[in-house]
Each structure stands twice: as structure tokens, then as C-alpha cells.
Ligand binder design. Structure first.
Ligand SMILES: *Cc1c(COP(=O)(O)O)cnc(C)c1O
Length: 512
């Protein structure tokens, strides 16, 4: 199964006084102490200041000059609500005096700062999971970033033909390059692959049946389930064959005059091994066409690059050449681009998708389109694509490059070449080791492929590896590593060379 959804970066909602509960929570209490505390909480509650009273405090009143008054009032209410709850839950042990209006100002200010600070934070991904869904999947190449800035900062010819002075389609920007790269007749990009599958089924099969092998009824991520998507598309699911073996004759038996399509789904986040059988894509396409239906092939990751690692991933071009009517894949998995769903295939099937009313609801936004446009051009030169596209470069990085990166991190952590003064802030040589590690493609792609990697293992002086990992996640930038026994591991496959010095500083701060 995909392992990329377990690790969650620490994140505040901005609506609660962060960290207060932990700091003020007293150690476990005896039953007698609890009873005493309960009897006291009524008194403590009465001592809690009223909203107006807090707002009149000079320090809080001063906040009203820097922040909109309504925001300050909300923050005061949130602090008082939180305190009230904690008192009732016997958490806040303060005497009434400690809860005076004057004491609340710093908490109110902390909430205000959190409220006006954008929530999304940068993270150094030292997890070794390259396409980590919870950390934003793919990091974009510089070419795509530049395209995003232009599209975001200026007006553009997004849906305008500058030559003719007429309205045009945003799809025009990526249509031809997608057809060139995949050999398809037609192409359409939407918001994400889930939307591409939904639209393909709605456009080809609404009101009819769709045949799916029992071995391919997958759930991807937390809520993309093939049976549910079929319901939403207005088509009925007909399960075919068995979990491990499905033959063409099973499809023959299940086909009826209601049937419109065969849906093939790449089991991107798991593998069925042992005695298995699925008809090749070419046979499925031929079967569907002989019966007047279509073959929709959901490939998931859509590995367009020519990496050894992708040898067993189904290829978009092969699927098109084998006769699939629609092939769908994600923009931000192994393609290494922005969030997008890409559908390529026959003019008839893609045209039906383009004309379907849902197409507008799942339209790709202009920033993603700009990034995808730039990204796809890189694929026209396959060697350059691997160098320039971070997802591919990370997966392809040779082990000696990772070794060198690991050595730089170890040296920075242990203060090699640093002054005696700086060295005092560093880790002892014994606390830092370089080890062989296993990285993963992530995002459910290549689920059983272990990508050999190198990690730097840090043994925190106090022995609390979980504590160190937690402090690192909450740092600025956040750092996400892996805890293994008494160590925090930093996998070098997902850390960029230009992040090594910063990563070392984050670790030393979190330890210090
Ligand atoms: C990832 C995946 C999806 C969903 O793609 P998104 O781009 O995340 O919407 C659908 N099907 C398969 C087989 C996948 O691997």
C-alpha cells in the first residue's frame, strides 16, 4: 500500500492558541487532587475576564490599531473560549489572578499573528518519498515556475488567439505537444486525474454499463474509489472475472447491449502477485471496438520519461498504439508537473469529453496549465527532461551523488571545518552516521519498487527521536524525516543540494 499518507506535517489551524494546552497541562493528578480541582473550577471560571474587559486592556487596545477590530474581538473570544474549556476539563490550574485580562494579551496577539500569516509553509522533505502526496507531490522545474509567474502576474493569451484576434481554447496551449508525446489523435487536460476518469466515463458511458475487472476495483488516496466514481458518472459497474485472474472470455460473458465501455485501471498503489492474469490492453481495445464500445485506460501515474525505474510502469504511448480510446493520467505524479488530469485518445472519445457539461466544472486553472505547458516541452528532449524535472532527477540520482550530499550534511552537523565556538553547538561525531536507506516513488506509484538510497541518521543526545522529529516538523522551514528506533533519518534522495546547509541548521536548532 502507499505509505505516503501517514506522515503529516505539523500544522496549526490558526484558530486556537497553539501549544498552550501542552505547556499548561499539569502532570497526572491523584483522584483527591482532581476532586479538589473540580470544586475550584467554578471559582476559577468566575475569575475569567469578560471580552470587553480584555479589549479595554491597553496592550489589547493597541492591537486594535494594528489589526481590524473585528479580528481582535474574534481572537479574544477564542482565547477565552479555550480557557473556559480547559478550566472545565481541569486542565488550567491557574489561580484566578493568572487569568486576569492583562495576562491574556500575548495569547491574543499570537492568535492574530497566526490568523494573518499564510498557512501553507515550506517543508524540507527528508522522508525519501519522492512524490509525497501530503507534502505537495511534485516540485516543479524552473521552466514551469517561470511560466506560472508570467501567467499569474500578467494577462495572457490563455483563451485568446492573438493572431486572429479571436476567442480560443485554453486547451490549445498543450494539445499539440501532448499528441506529439503520446502519439494520440486528440488530448484534453482537466483539474486532476480523478476528474479525467469521471469525465471520460460520463462522456462515453452515462446510462450504460462499464465493465471492470475485479482485480482493478481500486481505491487511490483517501476517497477515489472506482465503484464510487462510476456511480457519479451515471454509468453502472459490471464486475468482471476474479481478483487475481480475469480473462477475455469473462468480458465476453459480461458484455450486453447496455454495455458502453471497458475500464482498465492501473493498480498503481498495490500489486497482485502469484497466479494472475489480465488480458493485454490491445486485446481489450479490440474486444471493446468489436462490440461497438470504447476502452478507457486509467494509468494513474503516467510515466512518460525513459527511466529504468519506470520499466514496469504502463506506457501512455503503448496504450494509445494498442488502441485505447481514452488514456488518463495525473500531471503531478511520475510526470513531475502540476496538479492536472491528462486525457489523450481518439478524436471521437476526447471530443465527447470536451463537449460534456462536466468539462467546465473540472476545468484546469491557468497557473497549472502554464506549468504543464512548460513541463511538457521539456519532455520533447528526453535526456533534458530527466535533468530538469526534479521528480525525475531525484528518482534518477546516482548513489554517489547521494553519498556526497550525505557527507556534506554529516560534516555540517558535526562542525567539520567550523570554529571551536561553532563546534560547541554541533553534534558529536558518534551521534551522526551515514547509512544505506530505501526511498520510494510515492503517491501510490511503483508501490513495491525500493529505490536504493542514502540517509543520514542522527541520534539525539537526549535519546528522544520522536521529540526531535516533532520539533523539526514545527520548525521554519518544517523538516519531515523518518524515525527509526532511536534515530531520526534524513533520506538524501528527496533533499536538494541547496537545502543541505539549511537542513543542518534546522537539526542543530531543534537539538539545541
Ligand atoms: C492517483 C490516481 C488517481 C487519482 O489521480 P489524481 O490526479 O490524484 O486525481 C486515479 N487513478 C489512479 C489509478 C491513480 O493512481
Amino acid at each position: 500500500m502507499s505509505d505516503d499518507s501517514k506522515e503529516q506535517p505539523a500544522k496549526g489551524t490558526g484558530a486556537q492558541p497553539k501549544g498552550r494546552a501542552q505547556k499548561d497541562t499539569p502532570p497526572a493528578k491523584s483522584a483527591a487532587a482532581k476532586k479538589h480541582a473540580r470544586a475550584q473550577s467554578g471559582g476559577v471560571l468566575r475569575g475569567l475576564a469578560a471580552v470587553d474587559e480584555v479589549l479595554r486592556q491597553p496592550t489589547v487596545a493597541a492591537l486594535c490599531e494594528r489589526y481590524p477590530r473585528a479580528l481582535v474581538v474574534d481572537a479574544v473570544r477564542a482565547v477565552l473560549d479555550r480557557l473556559r474549556r480547559e478550566i472545565l476539563e481541569q486542565k488550567a490550574e491557574q489561580a484566578a489572578g493568572d487569568l486576569s485580562a492583562a495576562m491574556l494579551a500575548p495569547w491574543v496577539e499570537a492568535l492574530l499573528i497566526a490568523a494573518v500569516t499564510p498557512s501553507l509553509r515550506r517543508v524540507i522533505n527528508a522522508s525519501g518519498v519522492v512524490v509525497h502526496t501530503n507534502l505537495g507531490r511534485s516540485v516543479l522545474p524552473v521552466e514551469a515556475l517561470e511560466a506560472i509567474v508570467i501567467a499569474a502576474a500578467s494577462y495572457s493569451d490563455l483563451e485568446f488567439d492573438l493572431g486572429a484576434g479571436e476567442r480560443a481554447s485554453r486547451q490549445d496551449h498543450v494539445h499539440d505537444v501532448l499528441c506529439t508525446l503520446t502519439g494520440a489523435e486528440d488530448a484534453l487536460v482537466v483539474n486532476n486525474n480523478a476528474a479525467a476518469v469521471l469525465l471520460a466515463l460520463a462522456a462515453t458511458s452515462r446510462g450504460g454499463d462499464v465493465l471492470v475487472s475485479r482485480g482493478q476495483l481500486v481505491e487511490i488516496g483517501d476517497s477515489f474509489r472506482i465503484p464510487d466514481i462510476l456511480v457519479e458518472s451515471g454509468a453502472a459497474l459490471v464486475e468482471v472475472g476474479t481478483t487475481n485472474r480475469t480473462y477475455l472470455k469473462d468480458y465476453e460473458r459480461a458484455w450486453s447491449e447496455r454495455a458502453r465501455a471497458v475500464l482498465r485501471v492501473h493498480t498503481s498503489n498495490y500489486r497482485i502477485v502469484g497466479f494472475t492474469s489480465e488480458p493485454p490492453v490491445g486485446e481489450l481495445a479490440q474486444f471493446a471496438h468489436e462490440h461497438g464500445g470504447v476502452l478507457v485506460d486509467n494509468l494513474g501515474s503516467g510515466a512518460l520519461a525513459d527511466l529504468d525505474l519506470f520499466a514496469d510502469e504502463p506506457s501512455v504511448g503503448e496504450s494509445i498504439a494498442a488502441g485505447a480510446d481514452v488514456v488518463t493520467f495525473s500531471g503531478d505524479k511520475l510526470l513531475g508537473g502540476p496538479q492536472a488530469g491528462i486525457a489523450v485518445g481518439s478524436a471521437a472519445a476526447i471530443g465527447a469529453m470536451r463537449r460534456h457539461p462536466l468539462a467546465r466544472a473540472v476545468r484546469i486553472d491557468k497557473l497549472d496549465l502554464a506549468a504543464l505547458d512548460a513541463l511538457l516541452r521539456l519532455y520533447l528532449d528526453p535526456a533534458r527532461a530527466i535533468e530538469r524535472i526534479p521528480t525525475l532527477a531525484m528518482l534518477a540520482a546516482p548513489e554517489d551523488a547521494l553519498q556526497a550530499r550525505a557527507a556534506r550534511l554529516r560534516d555540517a552537523l558535526t562542525g567539520v571545518g567550523a570554529s571551536a565556538e561553532q563546534k560547541a553547538l554541533c553534534l558529536a561525531a558518534d551521534d551522526v552516521a551515514i547509512l544505506a536507506s530505501v526511498a520510494r516513488a510515492g503517491a501510490g506509484a511503483l508501490p513495491i519498487t525500493e529505490v536504493p538510497s542514502i540517509a543520514v541518521a542522527v541520534a539525539p543526545p537526549g535519546g528522544d527521536a520522536e521529540g526531535l522529529a516533532a520539533r523539526l516538523r514545527r520548525g521554519e522551514p518544517g523538516v519531515v524525516g523518518r524515525v527509526h528506533e532511536d534515530h531520526v533519518l534524513f533520506d538524501m534522495r528527496t533533499v536538494r543540494d541547496d537545502e543541505v546547509a539549511e537542513l543542518a541548521a534546522c537539526v542543530l536548532v531543534a537539538i539545541g
